[in-house]
Write a protein of this length. Structure first.
Length: 202
């Protein structure tokens, strides 16, 4: 199975320095990024687009699907890592938001740390595992699928597809060195029928 992992395009809410949640449409640059990706994918004979339910991902996926003339399926497992409700939708430069975001960045790769009601790395690993089980239900390793999602989820998914086993120190190094910019794409070829993930926390 060929998987094309795509981070959604640039958004207006992010440009204006707000903390993104489920809302936030693509801006002009984000639309251009999606169209550019669709052009690159035209020769790949893509079968399907799977997308996060968040607005920016759904819009990215719709642009791709319209140009490639393929179906879009919304998969809730692909949503971004949930942030604390205290900061979602707030300005990043507010004193309270700055303090909380600084703490989140400090503990971003801590597997079980939690500030309040947000998701942590352990939660994302669980979702990645469920998503891979979802893919395996297709039982067709010849499918070519585009996955439109968000940075933290895609980085974790990409890591698990590459290493098959979670190791905190390896992930930490991978996360710091791997770029996942908005409108960027990664390709992975996997045999899902033989794919076995080991989730050990060390």
């Amino acid at each position: 199975m060929e998987l094309y992992l795509i981070r959604h395009g640039e958004t207006e809410i992010s440009k204006k320095r707000f903390v993104s949640g489920p809302v936030g449409q693509l801006n002009e640059l984000g639309i251009k990024q999606a169209k550019c990706l669709a052009t690159k994918l035209k020769s790949k004979e893509i079968d399907l687009v799977l997308t996060s339910p968040y607005q920016r991902s759904k819009k990215t996926a719709k642009i791709l699907a319209d140009i490639l003339n393929i179906k879009v399926v919304v998969v809730s497992l692909l949503k971004e890592k949930r942030l604390p409700s205290e900061v979602e939708g707030e300005r990043k430069n507010d004193n309270k938001s700055r303090r909380i975001l600084k703490l989140l960045q400090k503990h971003e790769l801590d597997i079980k740390w939690r500030y309040s009601d947000e998701e942590n790395l352990n939660d994302i690993l669980y979702r990645v595992k469920k998503f891979l089980k979802y893919l395996k239900k297709n039982k067709n390793d010849r499918l070519k699928i585009v996955i439109v999602s968000h940075k933290y989820f895609l980085m974790t998914l990409l890591f698990m597809l590459k290493y098959r086993c979670f190791n905190f120190f390896v992930f930490q190094n991978f996360y710091k060195k791997t770029k996942m910019e908005k409108g960027q794409m990664y390709k992975r070829i996997v045999n899902l029928s033989k794919l076995k993930m080991i989730y050990k926390q060390n």
